[in-house]
Design a binder for this molecule. Sequence first.
Ligand SMILES: Cc1ncc(COP(=O)(O)O)c(C=O)c1O
Length: 491
Amino acid sequence: MKTLHISNESLSNFKGAKYLAISHALRQAIKQGQVKENEQLPSARELAQQLSTNRHTIMAAYNELIAQGWIISKQRRGYFVATNLPINSSLPPAQQNRVSESGFQWQFTKNVPRHSDQVAANYRYNFAGGTPDISLFPFHEFKSYVSDAFSRPQLAELNYGNIAGFSPLIEQVSQYLRRARSLTDREIVITNGSQEALYMLSQLLLSPNNSVATEAMGYAPAWRSFQSSGTTVISIPQDENGMIPSELEKAIANQLALGQPIAVIYLTPLHQYPTTVTLPPSRRHAIYQVASRHNIAIIEDDYDHEYHYSCQPLAPMASDDPNGLVIYLSTFSKVMFPGARIGFMAMDKQLATAVTNYKSLLNHKVSVPMQDAIARWMQAGAFERYLRKATKTYHQRRDFMIKQLEHYQSLGIVSAFTIPDGGMAMWVQINQSAKALTERALNNDIYIQQESQFLIDKNQTSDRFIRLGFAGLGEQDIELGLQRLFDQKNV
Ligand SMILES: Cc1ncc(COP(=O)(O)O)c(C=O)c1O
């Protein structure tokens, strides 16, 4: 195994937490070429021995480098230098522990991965997979509920307190979940979108001593939340039906042997993110059984439940949860718009109390007037009316997209795609490099995403899949956008 030259002096000169000093030194070692792209790094145990430190400190340093894109973790094999190394300038200057413009030297104890400023909505043709068509939202109608919320305010609720949420909204959400998603007997906490829920769960349930299992392709904002608590995100192979339960079992045994047991499984069972496939009942059952046997919690992220077209959506895993281990998350980001920042969690009482306590540290509570307006909107039945309208429109757009893709398939440009039962995007196999096509598309004012952006282990890419959202564009834009995307003369 490779021995890296890292001097203890350079570590002790570094101002900041030890794991950051180690990750900084490792980054230097990679930049100096001590280890090359794709080359294996020492195991956490070996490096801990070499540097006379704790294995968990090394794992935290490795996780830091994973989050920054310098290294990757391969299941059962260890840590490797990534193939596409971030250039030095990709590190935000603020994270380099340099003196800032103001002259002050910030001592960061955490490096948060850079957030992409690439705003999909700024592109002429925005095929982002999870984007609702915000222009369909009934702003005028909703305004009357906002106005009501201010005309007849519930004064007590406008103060601090009631951290878990505005009670009329909790009541509306509970009723809706009971009726539309077969979810009963759960404590509801209203959150600032699913992202806050993911972050709170990572802080409450995860640490450098455990790990999270997720589908091999998934939702990067969720992994980043998990990694912020120092945990390791383990990629579980998936196929055309979603996560493979036998692979999950193997990973559980492997992580136990490594002393980093899996504490949480993060799943998007209804419309797998990003492929949109529905996890079949047999797999749901198998995963649930494995989780129960090993005392592992499941986070079920049901982010676009309503948008299901071919049949009734499968009831959430949380609706059949005899052991109470499923934490259910959902959001108003798709049924309203992401800027509403309203989501909710449904879970057992003990966890709900812990989450509520944690939330009091973050932001006390979610904006009460917004919660109040949504509660009134739901109570009047206008929410479900809008939902029916949006679902019908997205269904038509999905069918239109299918026709378009069939056309490109007949031309040999698209090789294959599966018609999703629901969701807001199609997962499309093409006959050329997905990365190259995406790069050209972005330069040509078209926003699309490609396979490797969704992979935890970027090296596993087949470089043949792109994700095409259909919900956020009208039919004409779908047609013209695809023409521009696939017309080689233009791209
Ligand atoms: C898998 C997944 N979960 C959750 C969300 C919504 O997150 P939030 O409620 O924080 O806006 C999205 C939005 O794109 C998503 O794709």
